[in-house]
Design a protein around this ligand. Structure first.
Ligand code: XMP
Length: 317
């Protein structure tokens, strides 16, 4: 795409001009935006970009491995911090969705701050802010530059002062995807479904425990695998499981079971603001439910969420 190769060239030039020999910090989530951002920065300033990937213990099955491998393949070194124990400890006994989000947000900042303080002086922070976020958060548009300096990062504590680099602040999501292709990122990376920052914590109703995380990871993995196999993955906005805080009775062989329920949530959407549940073929639904019940211990029931947004949100918390 001509426009995006043009953008790429200008962005690289601008970043080099601004940053010079300084270092730039960048947090990786595993999603498209932050990944493309790191690759772009690496193209512009090489090893002076410092990517940080914090494992909050709320990631999908093998996510921490696949993210590290993806960057390894690109020849980019990332700093991996396993903070899962800290996150899970702080989430103990917490049931309220907003409380969970707050705790996860604060813990992320604490871990990030520790890492930054250990590194010493770092002048820049890069963020994958998109145009829709910019319109949402500021009423006055800045100059149409790819770089905005001397800016305080929303959500970060005041003792962490960075100059902010936001190369995507005039791009939409699909343009970042085009950019990803331009930068030769794997299709599997480019077309990934969105995954919320608070991760599996907001897909486990009630308290988050290691056992529940293990159950949901296995179920979620089966859902994604089956949805991909059916050809629906690229047609839907998101496809995932929710683990309810509810048990019901079942039979397994000649034994009575009393186990958990997984909700299957598959929706189509253009921007996540509104969404419709997807009419999946019965055989796909049956394949998912059979596999989850057979393969995931402590699940004896799978139900389908047939609610549109609004009024139901995509996530359950
Ligand atoms: P809802 O549940 O509000 O979700 O219909 C709309 C889209 O936003 C994602 N989502 C989040 N993403 N942090 C995130 O980074 C969050 O706290 C969060 N909550 C929802 C959700 O996955 C869907 O794509």
């Amino acid at each position: 795409d001509w426009n995006m190769s043009d953008f790429l060239e200008k962005a690289i030039y601008d970043i080099k001009q601004e940053v010079k020999d300084n270092k730039v910090l960048c947090a990786i989530s595993g999603g498209v935006d932050s990944s493309v951002l790191v690759v772009l920065l690496n193209k512009a300033i090489g090893d002076n970009v410092i990517p940080v990937f914090i494992n909050n213990g709320l990631l999908r099955q093998n996510e921490e491995v696949s993210v590290q491998k993806a960057f390894e393949k690109l020849g980019i070194k990332i700093n991996y911090i396993d903070a899962s124990e800290l996150f899970l400890t702080r989430l103990k006994n917490v049931k309220d969705p907003e409380q969970k989000r707050k705790i996860i947000g604060h813990t992320f900042i604490d871990v990030f701050r520790d890492f930054v303080l250990k590194l010493g002086d770092i002048e820049y922070l890069a963020q994958g802010t998109l145009y829709p976020d910019v319109i949402e958060s500021v009423s006055v548009k800045g100059p149409s530059d790819v770089i905005k300096s001397h800016h305080n990062v929303g959500g970060l504590p005041k003792d962490l002062k960075f100059k902010l680099i936001e190369p995507f602040r005039f791009l939409f999501k699909d343009e970042v995807r085009q950019l990803a292709k331009q930068l030769n990122l794997d299709d599997s990376f480019v077309n990934r479904h969105p995954f919320p920052g608070p991760g599996l914590a907001i897909r486990i109703i009630g308290e988050v425990t290691k056992q529940k995380l293990e159950i949901l990871r296995q179920a979620d993995d089966i859902i994604v695998e089956e949805i991909k196999k059916s050809g629906f993955y690229d047609k839907v906005w998101q496809a995932f499981g929710v683990l309810l805080d509810l048990k019901s009775v079942g039979v397994m062989g000649d034994k009575r079971t009393y186990d958990y329920t997984i909700v299957l949530r598959v929706v189509e959407s253009l921007d996540g603001m509104t969404a419709n549940w997807t009419y999946l073929p019965y055989d796909v639904l049956n394949g998912i439910s059979t596999r989850i019940i057979n393969e995931v211990s402590h699940v004896n029931r799978v139900v389908l969420d047939i609610s549109n947004k609004p009024p139901a949100t995509i996530e359950w918390e």
